[in-house]
Write a protein that binds this ligand. Sequence first.
Ligand code: MN
Length: 718
Amino acid sequence: MSIQGVIQKVQTYYPQADVQLVQQAYLFASTAHQGQHRRSGEDYIVHPLEVATILAELQLDVVTIAAGLLHDVVEDTSFTLEDLERAFGAEIALLVDGVTKLSRIEYKSKMEQQAENLRKMFLAMAKDIRVILIKLADRLHNMRTLKHQPEEKQRECAQETLEIFAPLAHRLGIFRLKWELEDLSLRYMEPERYYELVQNISMKRQEREEFINHVIKILKEKLDEVGIDADIQGRPKHFYSIYNKMVKQGKELGEIYDLIAVRVVVESVKDCYGALGMIHAQWKPIPGRFKDYIAMPKPNMYQSLHTTLIGPSGEPFEVQIRTWDMHRTSEYGIAAHWRYKEGKNGDKDFDAKLTWLRQLLEWQRELKDAREFMESLKIDLFSDRVYVFTPKGDVVELPAGSVPLDFAYRVHTAVGNQCVGAKVSGRIVPLDYRLQTGDIVEILTSKTGRPRRDWLNIVQTSQAKNRIRQWLKKEQRDELVAKGREMLERETDKKGWYTAEALKNSNLQEAAKRFNIPTVEDLLATVGDGGLTPLQVMAKLKEAVPGLVTEAPAPLPSVKPWSGYGKPSQGIRVRGVDNVVVRLSRCCNPVPGDDIVGYITRGRGVSIHRSDCPNIAHHHDNELERIIEVAWDLEAEAIYQVHIEAVAVDRPRLAMDIMTTIADTKTIINSVHARATRNNLATVDLKIEIKSLDHLNYITEKVKRIKDVLEVKRVTPS
Ligand code: MN
C-alpha cells in the first residue's frame, strides 16, 4: 500500500478529508525513519504505512491515520514529541505519545488473572481510545510480519496478542481485528494444529463453496419473492474460534456445526424477522440453536439473529441475519464512533450506541453516573486510576494520586506497616511520590519500620488510611495497657500484695467484669488512661476474687521474741548475745517460720539450723552445750536461700516452665539444675531466694500446679 492508496481509501468514506495532513504525516515519518529497515529487509516506513492502511480500513478520522503514520517516530527516531507537536499540533502528539507509552510497557507476568489488569492498564494509559486503535493496528501488522522474528519472540508476541490485544479488540467490538489477531496468534502458538486445521478445512473447501453457493441462490430467490432486499454472503469462520470450540468442547472438526455460515444483511429489523421466517420454512432449524440478539443485544451492542439449519444433504449450517446498521457495529465496534458520518444528526443515538460501553463499568465501578462516564470516555477512560507493577510484574490498580504507601498497604498490611521507603523503576522516591501508570514499584521495608501519623495526610486509599489508623490506635492502646499494668503493680507492691498472683489474668478478668469492662486489656488501658485508679481496681479485686492472695508474706508464725535476746543480726536474735556473727546453715537452709536452733561453732559464730536438721540431731550429747536458743527477728527484712526440688514427667521446656512460673512471682532464682532420671522422669533442683516460710509454700504450690510436675519438695540434708 502506498500513501496514495491510503488517501484514496480515506476519500471513499470521507471525500472532504484533509488529505494534506495525511500527506505531511507521511513525509515526516518517511524522513524520520530514513535508512531504517525492518527485519524483513523492507524500508521501515512500510510498517507505519500498513498501520495507516488498517486504520483507514476501520474508516477512522485523518487525525488517527496521521498519528498511525507517525506512531513509531518518537520511539524509534531522533525526533521528539515536541517536534511532533510543533509540526502537527497537540492532538496528534498526544496520540503518538500514548502509543509510545504503551510500547514501553513490559509484560513480565504471564499469569492469567493479570491479563485483565494489563488490559485495563492499557485503557488507562491510552487516555484516548484512538490510541488503542492505533496500537491494535500496529500489533496487527507486527503479527502479519511475525515470521521474520526469531521463534521465541514469535511465541511471546503471539501469546501477548491472544491475552491482551485480541480481548481488547473484542471489548471494543472490532471483530475484524480480533479475528485476524487470533488466527495469527494461533498460527504461532500452535503451528501444528493451526496448519492441520487449515488443511482440513480447505480440503472440503470446494464442496463447501458449492454448498454455500447453493444456499445463497435459494435464499436470494425466496427473499426476492417476498420483496426483501438482502445482501447474502458466505462467511468464513475464523480458525481460532473453530480451534477454541474443538478444544473447549472436545469436538472433532466434523462435529462443529457452524463451519459453514451465511450472513444475510437487510434494510430493516422487520426484514430480519421476515427473512428468518422464510428461512425456517425452507430448512429445518436445529432446536435450541436459535438466538435473538436483536431483542436481547449482547453487552457489546452486537445484534443479529442466529439460527442453525439442516442443509439438503443433512449438513448443518448457520445463518446470521442483521441490518446494515447492526453489521457496521459488529465489524467496527467502537471504531465506528470515530468514523466520519455522512450527516450530523447521527449523533442522536450516540448515547444509546455506547450503552455497551457501560459494560466497561464493570472495570470501572467507581464512576458515579453515566454523565461522568461519558465525560471520561471523551478524553480519558481511566483518568481516576493508576496501574502500576510489582517487581514481579503483577499489575496493581489504585486510585489516581496514590503514593507508594497505598501500594504497600495494597500488597500487604505488614508491608505497609514496615515500609521505610520506596523505589520506583529502580530509583528511591519520597513516600509522597505520586504513582504513574506503568511504574514498577518496590517497597523497602524494615523490621523496625512503623507507621507514622503524618502518613495519614499522604495516602489516598481508604484501605491504607484505615490500616494506619488501626495501627496507631493499637499502638496507643498498647502503651496505655502497659502503663496501666505498671501503675497497678506499683500500687500492689507498695501495699505488700503478691503482685504476680493477685494481678493474674483470671483475677483481673473478674475485676473487669465487675466494672462492666469487656477485657483485661481494656481494664488496664482504663487505668493507664486515668479512668480508674489502681486502688479502685484493687478494691474490686478483693471483692471479686474470694480468697485473693494479697498480703505477703502472710503473717509469720507466732514465734514471739522474748526478752533477753540479743540484738538481731541478719534477722536472727540469739539468746543473751548481741551482734553475734550468725550464719544460716547450708545443710537445711532455714527460713523465717521454721523452728530453729543455734549451734555455736568454733570461731565462726552461731550457725542456725532447723530444729529438725539431722546434723543437729546427730550431735553428740557432749556437744549439747553448744546448742543455743535463737529466734527470728520479725521486723527485719531478710532474704534466705532455699533449695527445692521438683520431680516431673520429662518433657521439653519443663525447666523453662518452672523457672518462668517462679520468676513471675518476682522470686529470685539463684541456680537451676535439671537432670533426667529413670522412668522418663526429670528432677529440677532450684535454689531460690525467699522471704518467709509462707513465701516458700506459695512458690511450692505454684510449681506443683505446672503441667507434668509430680511433686515439689524442700530439700533437707540427709
Ligand atoms: Mn510500530
